[in-house]
Design a protein around this ligand. Structure first.
Ligand code: DAT
Ligand code: MG
Length: 148
């Protein structure tokens, strides 16, 4: 079963959208296997966004992610990586369709509320950055045979 790392970035926490956004992942049928509130260090933010090092928005992105509490989560389910990216929408909130998290709640490119891993390989790396193995709780939901 696939797992993916989802972050509710500082804008989602500051704007009190945590419950709303978590509800969307829950209602989709994904299951929560890890959850914590973190104020990311510069070191963690650099590792998380290493692929963007050198880009013009890199420094601003790091200050944004380290600016306040972030909710870090691991969600699991069939095709979890792609399913979560579809729930999130496009990177740019202004161009993201209504019905998606970014499309419904933002206009910004940088302050786009949510991060989701973009491949199973990156999901595994990112989960390792944000969580210790013992912080993930495996369980079989009672409705597993219905949800898929
Ligand atoms: P995504 O978060 O949709 O995977 P990404 O990995 O390309 O997007 O970029 C990581 C984050 O960096 C993104 O969520 C917001 C920010 N970002 C991307 N492109 C940007 C740009 N042109 N200007 C400002 N911030 C940008
Ligand atoms: Mg990305």
């Amino acid at each position: 079963m696939q797992q993916t790392l989802i972050l509710l970035k500082p804008d989602a926490v500051q704007r009190r959208l945590v419950g709303e956004v978590i509800g969307r992942f829950e209602k989709k049928g994904l299951r929560l296997v890890g959850l914590k509130l973190v104020k990311p260090s510069r070191d963690l933010a650099e590792k998380h966004y290493a692929v963007h090092k050198g880009k013009p928005f890199y420094e601003s992105l790091l200050s944004f992610l380290t600016s306040g509490p972030t909710v870090a989560m691991v969600w699991e389910g069939r095709e979890a990586v792609a399913a979560c990216r579809l729930l999130m929408g496009l990177t740019d909130g202004a161009k993201s369709p209504p019905g998606t998290i970014r499309g419904d709640f933002g206009l910004s490119v940088q302050n786009n509320l949510v991060h989701g891993s973009d491949s199973t390989e990156n999901a595994s790396i990112e989960i390792g950055l944000w969580f210790k193995p013992e912080e993930l709780v495996a369980f079989t939901p009672t409705d597993a045979t219905w949800v898929g």
